[in-house]
Design a binder for this molecule. Sequence first.
Ligand SMILES: Nc1ncnc2c1ncn2[C@@H]1O[C@H](COP(=O)(O)OP(=O)(O)OP(=O)(O)O)[C@@H](O)[C@H]1O
Length: 261
Amino acid sequence: MSELVIRGVSRTFPGVRGGQPTLALQPTDLDIPKNDFVTVLGPSGCGKSTLLRIIAGLDFPSTGTVTLEGRDVKGPGADRGMVFQSYTLFPWLTVRDNIAFGLREKGMAEKEKNEIVASYVAKVGLRGFENHWPKQLSGGMQQRTAIARALANNPKILLLDEPFGALDNQTRGLMQELLLGIWEREQKTVIFVTHDIEEAVFMASRVVTMTARPGKIKSITPVNLPHPRHYTIKASPEFSELRLKLTEDIRSEAIAAAEHG
Ligand SMILES: Nc1ncnc2c1ncn2[C@@H]1O[C@H](COP(=O)(O)OP(=O)(O)OP(=O)(O)O)[C@@H](O)[C@H]1O
C-alpha cells in the first residue's frame, strides 16, 4: 500500500475583488510508496507549491483527498516536515535551539532531545556552529539547519519546496549530495520540488513533471541509477539520457507557460 495517496486533488483560488478565479491545479492523482524520493519538475506557476502545501496541510484542496497511511490530511502535523526556499529559521533561536524546536514542543526529555539534536548537527555538518544565530550563517548553512530541524522530528515524509533555489551552484551541488546521503543511509519518504532538471534526476527515484498552468501531471519517469550516487554520475550517458528526456517533457510546457504569462 502507498504511504501517501493523492486522489483527484485540485485547487481553485477565488478571484480577487470580483476577478476571475484561478485554477492552479487540475485534478491530480499520485501514489507515493514509503521511502520513495520523488522530485517534482514544472514551469513557473504550474501548481507545484500548491500541491506541496496541500500535502503539508498548509492549504486545502478544492476537490479530492490526500491520505497519509490511510488517514485524511486535514492540517499540518509532525508527521510531515517542510523545508522552504526562503530561510525560515527562527532568528531568535540558535542553531541548536532551532533544530530542537519540534522536540521541545513534543515535551521530550532534555537528555534524549540533546542526543537527537547532536546527531543531526553532525549529519548536516554543523558541528561547532551549535551556538550560532541564523544571521551568522551562510545560506547553505541555514538550509542545512532547516533540513536538520525538519528531520529531527522524525517525520514520515519530508516535503521540500525549492530548498536549494537561492544557493550558488557549488553549494547547491554539495547540498544535493548531503540530502541524498542522508536519504540513502536512513531512508525516508521525500517529495522535492525544483526547477532544476539535473537536480531532479540526481536525487530522485522518480521524477514527476507537470504541465503549464493549470498544472497536472504530465509524466512520471523512474530513475534507476545505482546508489550510493556520487556527483560524477551526472557525467554518465544514462544520466544524460534522462536529462534529455525530461528537458523535452518540460520544454514545451515552459514555452506554453511563457506564452500565457
Ligand atoms: N493564495 C493564492 N491566491 C491566489 N492565487 C494563488 C495563490 N497561491 C498560488 N496562486 C496561483 O496559483 C498558481 C500556481 O501557483 P504555485 O505557487 O503553486 O506554482 P509553482 O509551480 O510552485 O510556481 P513557482 O515555480 O514559480 O514557484 C499561480 O498562478 C499562482 O499565482
